[in-house]
Design a binder for this molecule. Structure first.
Ligand code: SF4
Length: 280
């Protein structure tokens, strides 16, 4: 199953940003949304289990498509498990009855889905629902920060497409790019990725710029050497590489050139690592 899924991902990952338009950050307003033509996943039915009116994330990436984290989170931040199940079931029934084309069910939305306290149970529900209604793969776009939690890891290992963020192998760069709090343990974050060795897709945003007086560029020789070494160790099913295609919350970022992404793609290919590159 995984080979054909990767082919599907490959086809649609290349179709991003049809007119090369830079879009503004925005939030998803619904629990189940789309389907949308995803640049990475094909025709994707999205599931947002976070709040529908605010972002919730353990990172605050400089390039986040949802914008900056709010200063203060509301208490009712997560969509209850039963509400997610009901919304997804209703949407799948509708999709089946109208013979709608859906390639994948994707957990994404307004932040980091694995922060939901019932994330593992919601994945269980989704597996049962897709078996009942629509036999498509399940994807989760995750920033990898909850891999330290065994239940979250087990849930991610139950789905076909755990897509995990790794923007650099150098702690100082992760701290800037993913804009984490000073107490965030970057070494633990990198080590926890190794729990998913051979089982995940790794996704890396290549970008350069400055923020709060610090400059960064995760395409330097030093960065790429450290990143490639870690990627080889993680032995991912695939690596997805891309650069900015939406207006970032930090306005001092720069996209990298397509020629640079091609060089990185070739570096991975030369090391027998499957790669998808967003051509925007
Ligand atoms: S991990 Fe994803 S949702 Fe969270 S801040 Fe980064 S880009 Fe945004």
């Amino acid at each position: 199953m995984t080979g054909s899924i990767l082919d599907t991902i490959g086809r649609f990952f290349l179709l991003l940003c049809i007119n090369n338009i830079i879009m503004s950050p925005s939030l998803f307003q619904d629990i189940v949304f789309g389907p949308i033509r995803s640049r990475r996943l094909g025709i994707s039915l999205g599931v947002n289990i976070l709040s529908t009116d605010q972002k919730i994330c353990s990172f605050n990436c400089l390039y986040c498509e949802c914008g900056w984290n709010p200063q203060k989170s509301k208490t009712e931040a997560f969509v209850p498990r039963q509400k997610v199940k009901a919304a997804l079931e209703q949407r799948l029934i509708e999709a089946v009855s109208t013979k709608e084309k859906i390639d994948v069910i994707t957990f994404a939305g307004n932040g980091e889905p694995t922060l939901h306290p019932d994330f593992a149970e919601i994945i269980e529900d989704t597996i049962l629902l897709r078996e009942k209604y629509l036999p498509v793969p399940i994807a989760v776009l995750s920033n990898s920060t909850m891999l330290k939690n065994e239940k979250v890891r087990a849930a991610l290992l139950h789905i076909e497409l755990p897509i995990l963020k790794l923007d650099s192998a150098i702690p100082a760069t992760i701290k800037i790019l993913n804009n984490v709090s000073s107490s965030f343990n970057v070494e633990e974050y990198i080590n926890c990725l190794k729990f998913m060795k051979g089982k995940a897709i790794i996704q890396t945003m290549f970008i350069r710029g400055s923020y709060n007086g610090q400059t960064f560029d995760n395409t330097t020789d030093l960065e790429l050497a450290a990143w490639l070494k870690l990627i080889i160790e993680l032995n991912p099913i695939q690596v997805q590489i891309y650069t900015l295609h939406r207006l970032p919350p930090a306005t001092t970022l720069e996209r990298v050139e397509m020629s640079e992404l091609i060089e990185i793609r070739d570096l991975l290919t030369a090391n027998n690592i499957k790669v998808q590159m967003a051509e925007n």
